[in-house]
Design a protein around this ligand. Structure first.
Ligand code: SRM
Ligand code: SF4
Length: 565
């Protein structure tokens, strides 16, 4: 184990609260890039320096520097976007980005391909639209996600308020963001203190997600801190806390692994803010700052022990957690189509393949959403399954919304197979610097082939969760897919099977490092037996376990038996 602090700890420490030399780097017109150290700090401001990997080799041959550009990620707690914001985000996508608007698996937007000289005006425009990019990436609390739950408007309003509150109150306080992007006053002297984060912020990224049973559409057990809302008399009484979820792993390094969060107890709504802050503070103090691969909360828990963690949390809080309260999750997918809310208003969930809103041929998804934003008077909600909800529609406006949706090819959900509606793919190539294999660009190909086989077995309506990731970092939360492909090399994937449909059990490797033919060969007999022998309502993952194709996973402490309602 490394004994020295990782280099990034020194970069953070020297950065004067995330300033580094970003301003100088942005002003340097000789290169499209900024310095290596500044790229690390830029993440805390919501941006990654990338280069187009499709063009890397060609540009190298031509002795040109890589085609550098920046990915920008918004911080949109709970994924809620107003029509006015949508129109600004759309304009930025059209004017500055290379590939439309991209809905992420943490219910926010990314813009890819922004050139260095456009970065400042893009970030400023996002802020003028009353949103931000601060701490969308980096070793801090990231975008707080929350179940969009359209039909329960009062409970959703409370959940959203919590996501917004935690996101705002636990965000970094540095004025570097204002200084760099919003022409804020330049710092003279010592930077202001960061009360929660200190000089070196967290050892690694930190994620909070809020789910309201029975929907686990945010995958609450994949969060560092998962909040499971407990409802009593139509109001949120409080939250069960699930700690230590995380998906990332490294091929060939068994000391890294995906892990589901464990439920450790219940706090009342009044106690939540303090509890969340103290969980983050313990991770700040206990997390591994030497080896970034082992720096997430999940490893802190496994190294120190969950009991020690809970004792420390209770010590810092000055009160004991209550026993976790019963809850039951039914599924973690989105439900496409119209749903009516308790207040009579309507909500339309549209399936967006890989979350990519772009105009391509007859599919004019970016233009269609722009038209919707012009016509719609409610709000939009992005989902953690990369979809969008046109929320709060009056009954009288449904026809107009449907017409816009159909005219732009956004109504695919009406015709798509169930596996397609439930598929998620991470970005991967050409922008992701860590991708080992295609993901988003491969999804249409593999889906067509899987659909052909499913149709043959009469399974087109079976809602199988398919998740693709271009590498083991797990940005599509592939370890929670009933079928998952995790990239190893161009055209080669680990085929993983057997998660449940509620985000409570991880899958296991079924075939390692295989190509498409081997993937399809492995799945064909399993589809056949699923079609022949599944019990009514039984998910594909559950079936594979019951029928003995997969061995039962080792028992873990994820959810204590007594709290399964
Ligand atoms: Fe992710 C790194 C994209 C959700 C785990 N992720 C990356 C980077 C920034 C690559 C990099 O570090 O250079 C990817 C940028 C690709 C690109 O070109 O856009 C990237 N991650 C994404 C998005 C856009 C995937 C998507 O297709 O939607 C998601 C953006 C979320 C957001 O809005 O904040 C995204 N990433 C996730 C999730 C899912 C989640 O949070 O629910 C995970 C798994 C959960 C977790 O954190 O454990 C995830 N991303 C990672 C990891 C592995 C972290 C680890 O603990 O090992 C990395 C690599 C890293 O941090 O070193 C990573
Ligand atoms: Fe990139 Fe890997 Fe994340 Fe996919 S899973 S976006 S390839 S880091």
């Amino acid at each position: 184990m490394a004994s020295e602090l990782s280099e990034l700890e020194h970069i953070k420490d020297r950065s004067r609260q995330l300033r580094g030399s970003i301003a100088e780097g942005l002003a340097d017109a000789v290169t499209g890039a900024i310095s290596e150290a500044d790229t690390k700090l830029l993440k805390f401001h919501g941006s990654y320096q990338q280069d187009d990997r499709d063009l890397r080799e060609e540009r190298r041959k031509q002795k040109l520097e890589p085609l550098y550009a920046f990915m920008l990620r918004a911080r949109l707690p709970g994924g809620v976007v107003t029509p006015a914001q949508w129109l600004v985000f759309d304009r930025l996508a059209t004017e500055y980005a290379s590939s439309g608007l991209r809905i992420t698996t943490r219910q926010t937007f990314q813009w890819h391909g922004i050139l260095k000289h456009d970065l400042k005006c893009t970030i400023a425009a996002i802020n003028h639209a009353m949103a931000s990019t601060i701490a969308a990436c980096g070793d801090v609390l990231r975008n707080v996600v929350a179940t969009p739950l359209p039909e329960r408007s009062s409970v959703h309003a409370e959940a959203y308020a919590w996501a917004a509150k935690l996101s705002a109150e636990l965000a970094p306080q540095t004025s570097a963001y204002h200084e760099l992007w919003l022409d804020g006053e330049k710092l003279v002297g010592e930077p202001e203190p960061e009360p929660l984060y200190g000089r070196t912020y967290l050892p690694r990224k930190f994620k909070i997600g809020l789910a309201i049973p029975p929907l686990n559409d945010i995958d609450v057990f994949a969060q560092d801190l998962g909040l499971i809302a407990i409802e009593e008399n139509g109001r949120l009484a409080g939250f069960n806390l699930a700690v230590g979820g995380g998906m990332g792993a490294t091929h060939g390094d068994p000391s890294t692994y995906p892990r589901l969060g464990e439920v450790i107890g219940f706090v009342t709504a009044e106690q939540l803010r303090e509890a969340a802050e103290q969980v983050i503070a313990i991770q700040r103090d206990w997390g591994d700052r030497r080896e970034r691969r082992h720096a997430r909360l999940k490893y802190t828990l496994d190294h120190r022990g969950t009991d020690a963690f809970v004792a420390e949390l209770e010590r810092r809080l000055g009160f004991a957690l209550q026993p976790a309260r019963p809850f039951r999750f039914e599924h973690n997918g989105d439900r496409c189509g119209w749903l009516q809310g308790e207040d009579g208003r309507w909500h339309l969930t549209l399936h967006i393949e890989s979350g990519r809103l772009l105009d391509r041929g007859d599919l004019r998804l970016l233009s269609g959403m722009r038209e919707l934003a012009r016509a719609h008077t409610g709000d939009f909600r992005l989902t953690c399954n990369q979809n969008v909800i046109v929320a709060n529609v009056d009954a009288a406006d449904r026809e107009c919304i449907d017409a816009i949706v159909a005219a732009h090819g956004l109504d695919g959900y009406r015709r798509q197979s169930a596996i397609r509606r439930h598929a998620i793919a991470c970005v991967a190539l050409p922008t992701c610097g860590l991708a080992m294999a295609e993901s988003e660009r491969y999804l249409p190909t593999i889906l067509e082939k899987l659909e052909a086989r499913l149709e043959h077995h009469g399974l087109l309506d079976a809602p199988i969760l398919l998740r693709l990731s271009g590498c083991p970092n797990g940005c599509s939360r592939p370890y929670l897919g009933e079928i998952a492909l995790v990239g190893r090399a161009p055209g080669r994937y680990d085929l993983r099977l057997g998660a449940d449909f509620a985000g409570q059990r991880m899958n296991v490797v079924h075939r390692e490092n295989v190509d498409e033919a081997a993937i399809l060969d492995a799945l064909e007999p399993l589809f056949a037996s699923y079609a022949a022998a599944r019990a009514p309502g039984e998910g594909f993952g559950d079936f594979l376990l019951r029928s003995g194709v997969l061995a039962p996973p080792p028992a873990r402490r994820t959810i204590p038996a007594e709290v399964v309602a």
